[in-house]
Design a binder for this molecule. Sequence first.
Ligand SMILES: Cc1cc2nc3c(=O)[nH]c(=O)nc-3n(C[C@H](O)[C@H](O)[C@H](O)COP(=O)(O)OP(=O)(O)OC[C@H]3O[C@@H](n4cnc5c(N)ncnc54)[C@H](O)[C@@H]3O)c2cc1C
Length: 564
Amino acid sequence: MILDIDALDDGALLQADICVAGAGAAGIALALQFEGTSTQVLLLESGGERAEAATQALAEGELAPGCRHPPPHRYRPRRLGGATTLWGGRCMPLDPIDFRVRDWVPLSGWPIGPDDLAPYYPAANRLCEAGDFDYAAPQDMPPTLQGFVPGSFTQSAIERFSCPTDFAARYRLRLEAAANIRIVLHATVTEIRTRGQGQNQGRAVAGLGVRSLSGRRMRVRAQDYVLATGGLEIPRLLLASRDAHPNGVGNAHGMVGRTYMCHLAGTLGAVRPAVPVHHGYTLAPEGTYCRRRFALREAAQRRLRSGNMVARLHHPQVTDPSHGSGPLSALRFAAPFITPEYATRLRDGPSGATAIARHAANIAASPLETAGFLLHWLRRRTLAARKFPSIVVRPPGGVYSLDVHAEQVPNLDSRVTLAEGLDALGLPRLRVDWRHLPADIDTVRQGLRALSADFAASGTARLDWDEDGLEAALLCHGAYGGHHIGTARMSADPRHGVVDADCRVHGMANLWIAGSAVFPTSGQANPTLTIVALALRLAARLRAASRPPASALSPGQAPEPAMT
Ligand SMILES: Cc1cc2nc3c(=O)[nH]c(=O)nc-3n(C[C@H](O)[C@H](O)[C@H](O)COP(=O)(O)OP(=O)(O)OC[C@H]3O[C@@H](n4cnc5c(N)ncnc54)[C@H](O)[C@@H]3O)c2cc1C
């Protein structure tokens, strides 16, 4: 059932067994696990079914001086489906090394291992519509560089692409039809209210304060509460809820909002292949797009004492007309019509009249190729249900660049806190102080040196890159947009994190977190597949708990949750 808070009485009390705040990938995946069961699920979503400027403004915040992070309201659509209404769909699981304690990576090590997530990844892959859960390149998939011999890197790992699935559009009908799941739109959670007496004061959630921009208020009572409001709104809500906790819920050790990680990414260097190249995607038998990547192996990470990293062949910088490509120059002109989250790399670089004239000349020199590319884009991307994942253009000069995506290591000083100002619902705004460490740049430096050596040893390519300009090149677009990681990290010891291995907030009986906020380290992988796998694991944990039915609760009374 899908309701709007504005259709409810002001001050209405809604009861459920489980209340989930936030209907993005995490919240929707979790709610779907209760479809057709006797568990009553209430899913509260701040946004509506479409983008709305006033609602999106609730996500606005401040950046610390000099902070190279996108404005906080970007990359975080406030609407049913959350960021899946905008995501690129690249899927891959974390690597085993990402879970391990690495003595050269401070604060590394998850309290769970790959085996704990393994049972949930295949179902997560299905929900993301990324095909079979198999991330090894099949024998018949052409190699990126023919004859490449694995050294520090392999090219035998693949990434898979979701449609990209918009969780709201895809799962709306199922959610609407489920008698035991209620979604309330325009319902922004503004406060976590706690209860308990004596020693247990503040150790359980009693209810949530919920408001709408139209002035409606709503109260919620449930046995369990899950925050799935995204990696930046989760710490915001915890920090802003101070009825019994002066520093915020779950923040006894000052860890809420700390170790904020994104990924470091960039398009770097010049790759000159000396062998046949496969640049692009392969369709798996079940119809999903897949691509090989150069992945830094576990043994090499140990030897180099680096973080995790991957690289892929990429077209040259779009904005530099010296690439000589008509399709790329056409993209340069399309930049004003592309959403800001995807146009960042299309807006820098030379922009004067000479550059414009050279782009126009590129198009004029290859009209058929340019028209063919635009037609392909229209058919296979704009109009297709399963979209071609990204631009693939063979550079006229045969010189590619490298697209790198690298782990950021946890840093206590990289953090989000509350700002002075309030949003339209009275919730303190967020202040983002995202930082990087020399170790983050060093991961890419070591990786590029090793990849260059692998290319040379196998005689497959030459990689030229500007080592002195590496940091500037990696940071020219700042933190990698939509990955918000580590702000409520998982830890066995409450002093080092916010949630335990089950994703329950340390010291709280009935408050759980779903999303990349709980990742203790970022790995190199894009986060959503793991977000969904963790949400499914949390759902299994909640399903295993026995609880009295919500209908047995008297109005205004929530059951006493047990501390286990
Ligand atoms: C441009 C872009 C490209 C991306 N590409 C990829 C990719 O290729 N691969 C990948 O793995 N990941 C990618 N991502 C990241 C991916 O989209 C996110 O990791 C994922 O969608 C996060 O899901 P979530 O449910 O944890 O959070 P969100 O999607 O942020 O969902 C949170 C939900 O909570 C709601 N909400 C917020 N505050 C409140 C509140 N107080 N009360 C009630 N509701 C609230 C929001 O409206 C939202 O619907 C990309 C992101 C962007 C922006």
